[in-house]
Design a protein around this ligand. Structure first.
Ligand SMILES: C[C@](O)(CO)[C@H](O)COP(=O)(O)OP(=O)(O)OC[C@H]1O[C@@H](n2ccc(N)nc2=O)[C@H](O)[C@@H]1O
Ligand SMILES: Nc1ncnc2c1ncn2[C@@H]1O[C@H](COP(=O)(O)OP(=O)(O)OP(=O)(O)O)[C@@H](O)[C@H]1O
Length: 304
């Protein structure tokens, strides 16, 4: 029986500029994605019909079957290949659910890579990226990984020139936030104002080129932050707490509620993590580094 396993990272948006609301209900973005070392694994095995099973502490919060983004990815790939989605997908979930770190998107990207290998399709990264863009705004980046500028809905990607690596602490919230709700609150706050086109921050790109964590910390930014803070006021205090305890920069991750703290060293991160946990507003803290690779096979393909 065939078995393919793929490891896929979470993302943080170093910058998330949100342009005006488009006619199709989406917003044009200018974002800088950064893949970090919090990983899900997706295992694909032959099975008479599509099955999706999730394991891990947050498994109950993840839908099964065709409602799961990984299941949708397998179904889409099978349809394009003219075959049935005969696969069991087992998701070993470590990326926080509904945390603004694109966990569902990551699983979809991993499922594309895993099923492509399991079914011997060998479509290539470009074709898979096309399918990824159909599945969601964040899915193409989960395939690519590294650090990349995203335009359009976030799916038009260009790898960014970035030197060195960065150390992160993530504060996980007790309860997730729904992405559409955060965009809707952002629109509500902006009603009646002229919203400029989204543009990438030059200071941020310069900090990445230089590999300068202090400059990067200062340049982090997220246009969805005021909306998420209106929905979850405690997040503002948490970001402040991080800044007061040594973080070089503190920003909401994507649509939240996870907060991302850039730190100068692992030791600084461990000390900050203790402070964040003691606040009581945090379910857990995670330590990570970036950039890391996108979705990758971690087992050789096993033939029947
Ligand atoms: C916030 C980010 O994570 C930043 O990377 C993404 O923009 C969200 O990506 P995602 O979760 O893959 O989002 P999608 O599944 O594509 O869209 C979910 C919903 O978010 C809103 N949405 C998403 C992306 C975008 N560019 N504009 C939007 O307004 C829309 O209401 C959409 O219906
Ligand atoms: N494989 C999956 N993993 C997690 N959630 C999934 C998955 N498939 C579908 N979902 C649904 O999608 C919702 C959003 O989950 P996800 O963890 O991707 O949020 P997110 O990290 O905030 O997303 P993003 O950062 O892309 O906006 C969940 O509440 C869940 O109902």
């Amino acid at each position: 029986m065939g078995h393919v396993a793929v490891r896929v990272p979470a993302k943080v948006n170093l910058q998330l500029a949100v342009g005006p609301l488009r006619a199709d209900g989406y917003h044009d973005l200018a974002t800088v994605f950064h893949a970090v070392s919090l990983f899900d694994e997706v295992h694909a095995e032959d099975c008479p019909a599509l099955e999706v099973v999730t394991t891990g502490p947050q498994a109950d919060a993840v839908p099964g079957g065709a409602d799961n983004l990984a299941g949708r990815a397998a179904t889409l790939l099978a349809a394009r290949a003219g075959r049935a989605p005969e696969v069991r997908l087992t998701i070993r979930k470590d990326i926080p659910v509904a945390g603004g770190m694109a966990g569902g998107s990551a699983d979809a990207a991993a499922a594309l890579v895993a099923c492509d290998a399991l079914w011997g399709l060998d479509l290539g990264r470009e074709a898979l990226a096309g399918l990824a863009a159909e599945l969601g705004s964040d899915v193409p980046f989960a395939l690519l990984g590294g650090t990349a500028v995203g335009l359009g809905r976030g799916e038009r990607l260009t790898p960014a020139l970035a030197r060195g690596g960065f150390t992160w602490v993530f504060a996980l919230a007790h309860q997730g936030l729904a992405t559409p709700q955060v965009f809707a609150e952002c629109d509500r706050q902006r009603a009646g104002t002229a919203v400029p086109e989204a543009a990438v921050s030059e200071p941020l790109m310069a900090a990445l080129r230089a590999g300068d964590p202090v400059a990067l910390g200062r340049a982090l930014g997220n246009d969805l932050q005021p909306a998420a803070l209106a929905l979850r006021p405690e997040l503002g205090a948490l970001l402040e707490l991080g800044r007061a305890h040594g973080a070089l920069g503190a920003v909401l991750s994507g649509s939240g509620p996870t907060c991302a703290f850039l730190v100068e060293s692992r030791d600084a991160g461990l000390a900050l993590g203790d402070v964040l946990l003691a606040s009581g507003d945090v379910r857990d803290v995670r330590h990570a580094h970036g950039p890391v690779h996108g979705a990758r096979t971690i087992t050789p393909r096993v033939e029947d």
